[in-house]
Design a protein around this ligand. Structure first.
Ligand SMILES: Cc1cc2nc3c(=O)[nH]c(=O)nc-3n(C[C@H](O)[C@H](O)[C@H](O)COP(=O)(O)OP(=O)(O)OC[C@H]3O[C@@H](n4cnc5c(N)ncnc54)[C@H](O)[C@@H]3O)c2cc1C
Length: 359
């Protein structure tokens, strides 16, 4: 998500004068896939953040990558008696189709691609990052040099972690700031009518220390009889909950119980939609802290989950990635034009992101 959008924004703002190469370890048929289990996400993004892309680089999304509209998010207390509305319309995305569309858009803006390449380390020279080295699918070495590199490789980034030059970028994330999280894409028969458990019009978040300790659980509609349902927990929170309740649950068993105990969802089965194939069920991780205090150094910038951008409250990371990529794309295009990709030359990304969304 964040890499494809940043690349498109650099292409747009440089009027295609900057040569941009996107490296993805996936094949061209499966761009943006997070893990072998798919494009694991709750899939919800606000209309406002999607609109920020159109406003900045004139790309407008529609069906099929925007799968289902919603009017907002209701957040419920454990007894479902207290609720708070996060106002604002949004969409449930098809995360498998969205990157395919984004690859097409980026190509139209002159962006080049190399698929099947795993980036393993940053290449440094004279105090600047000047490229990446890695391997292709057959294990053959790969190296590309550039004026600068953007790390958009998600929550398991090794590039940020082993950044070889001095910088203010925090390399490590505290384990307590990483949530284990998972979800399923399900079709179901309507059970009890209860809009605190399912409504096609709103996303629902359930805060409950027994169901999702130190995290949250969600029921996000993808149609009248389709749902993205899952939850996230912190490891210490799960340990505390298990010891309090004398149980030995893990992430998957908590998700199974959460689905089973939803009275509105009956006969749940994995989505049969061909556009969900290979993406029906999976667990992954998401950082839940403030974003990295500094996101640039000489010849290098970080973005998205690699920069710890998801909101701590609900792990929403797509909105932040959309805002940040529009800002970073513009800053990179300008820095390359000015021939100054130093930390100072890229600093506007830090300040503009903070003023626009990061605060
Ligand atoms: C279960 C779950 C639910 C979530 N729910 C929501 C939600 O409802 N709304 C929301 O806004 N956010 C949600 N998020 C967070 C959101 O999915 C992320 O914030 C978002 O995908 C971040 O985008 P990204 O581009 O930074 O990273 P990613 O989407 O993780 O993309 C990283 C890309 O880099 C590739 N890559 C990784 N390492 C390498 C390497 N070494 N070399 C080459 N390529 C590499 C990956 O294969 C992938 O293509 C959720 C996350 C999870 C796990």
């Amino acid at each position: 998500m964040s890499g494809l959008l940043t690349a498109a924004a650099v292409g747009y703002h440089s009027k295609q004068n900057a040569r941009v190469l996107v490296i993805d370890r996936n094949s061209e048929l499966e761009p943006g896939k997070k893990t072998n289990a798919g494009w694991i996400c709750g899939d919800a993004a606000s209309k406002k953040s999607i609109g920020f892309i159109e406003k900045n680089i004139q790309i407008k999304y529609g069906s099929p990558e925007l799968e289902h509209p919603v009017k907002g998010i209701w957040v419920y207390s454990p007894d479902h008696k207290t609720k708070v509305l996060f106002e604002g319309e949004g969409y449930l995305l098809n995360r498998k189709l969205m990157p395919k569309r984004q690859v097409k858009d980026a190509k139209k803006l002159g962006v080049e691609f190399k698929f099947g390449i795993t980036a393993e380390k940053l290449v440094a020279e004279d105090g600047y990052i000047r490229g990446v080295a890695g391997r292709d699918v057959e294990g053959k070495p790969f190296k590309a040099t550039a004026k600068m590199v953007v790390d958009s490789s998600g929550s398991s980034s090794v590039l940020r972690k082993f950044n070889p030059i001095d910088s203010y970028i925090e390399r490590e994330i505290d384990i307590e700031d990483m949530e284990a999280t998972g979800r399923s894409l399900l079709e179901f028969d309507q059970g009890k009518e209860d809009e605190t458990y399912f409504t096609p019009e709103y996303c629902l978040i359930h805060l409950d220390q027994d169901i999702a300790p130190a995290g949250y659980a969600w029921v996000f509609p993808k149609g009248k009889n389709k749902v993205n349902i899952g939850l996230g927990v912190s490891k210490p929170g799960l340990d505390r909950r298990n010891s309090r309740l004398k149980k030995s649950d893990n992430l998957s068993s908590l998700i199974d119980q959460y689905i089973k105990e939803n009275p509105s969802i009956k006969n749940a089965r994995l989505s049969t939609n061909p556009d969900d194939k290979g993406n029906e069920k999976g667990n992954w991780q998401v950082p839940v802290r403030r974003q990295n205090d500094c996101m640039v150094c000489n010849g290098f910038a970080i973005i998205g989950d690699a920069a710890f951008m998801p909101r701590p409250l609900d792990a929403g990371g797509m909105g932040p990635a959309m805002y940040a990529s529009m800002i970073l794309g513009k800053v990179v295009a300008r820095a390359i034009e000015a021939n100054d990709v130093s930390q100072e030359g890229l600093w506007a990304y830090n300040s503009e992101y903070m003023q626009t969304h990061g605060y």
